[in-house]
Design a protein around this ligand. Structure first.
Ligand code: 13P
Length: 254
């Protein structure tokens, strides 16, 4: 069944103690008044994972990592494997974020190895895709995103594909305060779902959660989440503020 999901990507923010406090505040807010139909996930930096996972244990809040290594283990200084992430308590892992593609040269080939590692550990990948501004301005966003999908997750066998979550994050909307309009989000999500239907069939397409990311806040979540193909959000800046994050979690409520 298609899940509604709101996931916070904390990116490179908060110390470990501040992250634990933030997780505590998110749990309190979600327990008090979070929409019970929404799966809530927090994705702190690696070094916070164990403490944050312990903090959210027993609550409805789940934990995810922001990345994982392409290799299972070995002499890869500074890398953190999917197995480590899993053993620290994460259930999700964000893969292919545009910041990783852009600043750390992550290619489709690397991502395919990371996806394989995530699946091998039973983690749920949150696979990110999305176009840069010049492509949006040229009207080529669909072709760009389709190519990203074709080179990565569309190579997966159906059994794996069905387990992942997709996040559409137009790069021009990330951290810019410039959100895609509800119509732009719906148009792309519907395009992605259609491409999934072409590849894996309508039933699979209808079961995949497609999240929107890019300057999503409590003030615009309702409008974005009202779209039939928007199943939640991957939230950056606003996930650092428990009240704003709670407002997004409750963005499906009428
Ligand atoms: P912002 O919500 O800060 O725009 O970030 C979105 C994002 O990149 C989530 O992964």
């Amino acid at each position: 069944m298609r899940k509604k999901i709101v996931a916070g990507n904390w990116k490179c923010n908060t110390t470990v103690p501040a992250g634990v406090e933030l997780a505590k505040a998110v749990v309190a807010a979600v327990n008090a008044s979070g929409d019970p139909e929404v799966e809530v996930v927090v994705c702190p930096p690696f070094v916070h994972l164990t403490s944050v996972a312990a903090e959210v244990t027993g609550s409805r809040v789940r934990t995810g990592a922001q990345n994982c290594a392409a290799e299972p283990k070995g002499a890869f200084t500074g890398e953190v494997s999917a197995e480590m992430v899993k053993s620290a308590g994460a259930e999700y892992v964000i893969l292919g974020h545009s910041e990783r593609r852009e600043y750390y040269g992550e290619t489709s080939a690397t991502l395919n190895k990371k996806l394989a590692q995530a699946f091998a550990q039973g983690l749920t990948p949150v696979y990110c895709c999305g176009e840069p501004l010049p492509l949006r301005e040229a009207g080529s966003q669909n072709e760009f995103v389709k190519k990203q999908l074709d080179e990565t997750i569309f190579l997966l066998p159906e059994a794996d594909f069905r387990k992942l979550v997709i996040a559409y994050e137009p790069i021009w909307a990330i951290g810019t305060g410039k959100t895609a309009s509800a119509a732009q989000a719906q148009e792309m999500h519907s395009f992605i779902r259609g491409a999934i239907a072409d590849k894996y069939g309508r039933k699979v397409a209808d079961e995949i959660s497609i999240l929107y990311g890019g300057s999503c806040k409590s003030s615009n979540a309702k409008e974005l989440f009202a779209n039939p193909d928007v199943d939640g959000g991957l939230i950056g800046g606003a996930s650092l503020d428990p009240a704003d994050f709670l407002g997004i979690v409750n963005g499906f409520k009428g």
